[in-house]
Design a protein around this ligand. Sequence first.
Ligand code: SAH
Length: 221
Amino acid sequence: MLATCPGTQKEDKNETARLRMVETQIEARGISDAATLRAMRKVPRHIFVPASQASEAYSDRPLPIGYSQTISQPFIVAYMTELVRPAKGKKALEIGTGSGYQAAVLAEIVDTVYTIEIVPELARESATRLKLLGYQNIIVKYGDGYKGWPEHSPFDIIIVTAAADHIPQPLKDQLAEGGKLVMPVGDPATVQQLIVLTKRKGKITEQRLEPVRFVPLKRLK
Ligand code: SAH
């Protein structure tokens, strides 16, 4: 019998943990969108967390990624992904690249993901990581996402992964017809509510969903 190399065994272990994560934390809690589940089964979350946290990569919680920031709990990533109805042919904007994990999950489904990160080191690290993983349809930019990315608008999907007390007007303006935006809105220091906006015939409707906790949306001075 051939001996398997240690790297392969480790990869198998991560894949087993990832499939279990999707089954017990995500499908069991009602996420049913096939594309979202497929993406969550595929993206190697352990590559997106610091080496010191790798053994916790598939646990049911957010994890620190440095610079006082966090990678969201896997369920929240799946939930927000399903809410914005990702599909082939769509263009997405993410505010708050962080580790790049949410961007990678979206990029498995949609055509292009534009993502903006305000911590320069995180923007640089994520761009490198996503490139190494072979994602050619993710464009990372350092900057303040409050103003969106007008040059590439309108977007079918806008995901904001940091909290504020209101939804930035530029993001509402950059939402495409039929598009969906999801963002945690409320007191950035305590608890927020997940809000989904849908633009139809130029008019925006709002849905208020679960209570959530995200790190605050910062502004460049
Ligand atoms: N989506 C990330 C997790 C986001 S944590 C992931 O999958 O790992 C929130 C991120 O938003 C942090 O990295 C923080 O630095 C960033 N952020 C905060 N305010 C921002 C702003 N105004 N523009 C862009 N990024 C911002």
